[in-house]
Unconditional design. Structure first.
Length: 293
């Protein structure tokens, strides 16, 4: 990859120094230009890992197709959710679904078509997204993870702009080498337009272990991009993800003993904690629990 583009990317990154968060809740969006790169899969599995690691996590589905809900339980189709909040239902208690894990809550996409028919004031979307994050904070949420529809425009653009961080899942295919700089330039434009969103990292997904092309894309992207822009962890292409989605569970719940691909989301959550500066309060004055008394 041309040195010029590496220099350009470094310049973009240099302008993205960390700014202090004004909210206690940290909002993280996932976004990609293309569909089918594994955003929804990432959101479900990462939200589960974050919750297991002690973060009260609200997973919000902003994709009108409702992938989060469909992957977990078809019954969420009939529930109110994100779009109902945007079009006037302000009580999050009526919209947020609890899960078996006390730290994990879900705001499904809701009745997009009904809401779209009634319409919502587009110019008020940023203020309503800010209200949503404040509402989450009042509920004691530490981390809001927002799944988006493909593309960095429309509602997805507003959602990314409202967040503190964005994770960019990128399928390990040759097109990625060309599309990543384009995506970073779009995010640089968002920042120029006043958004504070920072890149938490680019995450390589659907990495095919036995494909030379897929492996070449991984090494080209890692050579091209500054190391701190990429998650160390890749997500391999594995049938268990399809299976988990068919069964409506995070991969960690597919078997009694979670398979290695479940643990990789714990690793990813740990990386995210460092990148987004998530520190559990109890850690600041932690005393170590001895294994033996
Ligand atoms: N790492 C993976 N390996 C195999 N299949 C995957 C993987 N990640 C996602 N999938 C499958 O690919 C499809 C698209 O994934 P999804 O997460 O819905 O993408 P997006 O939200 O970006 O459109 C789904 O059927 C999902 O189960
Ligand atoms: Mg999706």
């Amino acid at each position: 990859m041309a040195v010029a583009s590496r220099t350009r990317l470094r310049a973009i990154l240099a302008s993205w120094q960390r700014q202090p968060n004004i909210r206690a809740v940290i909002a993280i969006a996932t976004a990609s230009q293309k569909g089918g790169v594994g955003k929804t899969t990432l959101c479900i599995n990462l939200a589960y890992s974050l919750a297991r690691r002690g973060w009260t996590t609200l997973l919000v589905d902003t994709d009108p197709q409702g992938g989060v809900g469909l992957s977990l339980a078809r019954s969420t189709r009939s529930k109110l959710g994100f779009y109902d909040f945007l079009s006037g239902e302000r009580d999050l208690n009526k919209l947020v679904l609890p899960t078996r894990l006390p730290e994990l809550q879900i705001l499904p996409c809701g009745q997009y078509n009904a809401c779209a028919r009634r319409g919502w004031p587009v110019q008020e979307v940023p203020a309503r997204l800010a209200d949503l994050l404040r509402g989450a904070e009042l509920r004691g949420v530490d981390c809001v993870l927002m799944d988006t529809a493909a593309g960095l425009n429309g509602m997805s653009e507003s959602v990314v702009k409202a967040c503190d961080y964005v994770i960019l899942p990128q399928q390990a295919e040759p097109l990625a080498v060309r599309s990543v700089p384009h995506m970073l330039e779009t995010l640089a434009r968002f920042r120029a337009e006043g958004a504070g969103v920072k890149v938490a990292g680019i995450l390589l997904t659907m990495v095919t272990m036995d494909s030379r092309i897929s492996q070449k894309v991984v090494s080209e992207l890692r050579a091209m991009l500054p190391a701190d822009l990429m998650f160390d962890q890749n997500v391999p292409r594995l049938p268990s993800f399809l299976e988990a989605s068919a069964m409506g569970v995070p991969v960690a719940l597919l078997k009694k003993n979670p398979p290695p691909e479940a643990i990789l989301f714990d690793q990813l959550a740990a990386e995210l904690e460092q990148r987004a500066g998530l520190v559990l309060e109890r850690e600041s004055n932690q005393s170590y629990a001895s294994l033996l008394d």
